[in-house]
Design a protein around this ligand. Sequence first.
Ligand code: GLP
Length: 243
Amino acid sequence: MFNVIIADNYDQISSEAFRIVKKELQQEEHPVLGLATGSSPIGLYKKMIADHNVNGTSYKKVTTFNLDEYIGLPREHDQSYWTFMHENLFDQIGIPDQNVHMPSGEEPDMNLECDRYERDLANYTIGVQILGIGSDGHIGFNEPGTPFDSVTHVAKLEESTRRDNSRFFEGDIDRVPEEAVTMGLASIMKAKKIVIIAYGKNKAQAVYGMIRGPKDPSCPASILQDHSDVTIILDREAAALIS
Ligand code: GLP
């Protein structure tokens, strides 16, 4: 069942997402958050940092799992998701390093790394999973055609995804890695609560597919139609085709 919130602007989108995260942090003794990269959750992360600084909200007992990572970028690379998460959140909330879980895109045997990550995940239940959505309907890096029963795996990125993300690589698609490691769709579906953030007209078609389209791997996010607790937070542009 989808709870759809259409917000007036990006700040309001971020506030709505923050409200859900904050509730989880208040309610759980050992909260487990699933986190995403991309531009969509940055406002949420800013609010988490501000809340930590102003209200002293502690992250000492919080565990995090990230969705995905590029393969082939060293983690120190300025566009690795490791760098993104440390710069935009982890370094500013005092979360212990050992509580942070991210798949590595630098292992000689990536299949072993996928198994390791899935085993790590199995020791926890994610309370709130934050997601963005790709313009082709991907979540994490689960591109169209990914089976609904997929677990953590190596994914080949669609050209459209690499084009979308080239804005972070000086506009040069050739610099965007061709593969990534990502939690699978079945791994994502295990979260108790899912929060999806999307803004801008580039996301309208994917949002339509997720909510109104057939439940089909051609739109990976449509798997969320089977989840019992999904909040979708949109601006008017991203909601243009559903309202
Ligand atoms: C990337 C990430 C996704 C993210 C999506 C949307 O490819 N792997 O996790 O949700 O793109 O990104 P953005 O929020 O920048 O539009």
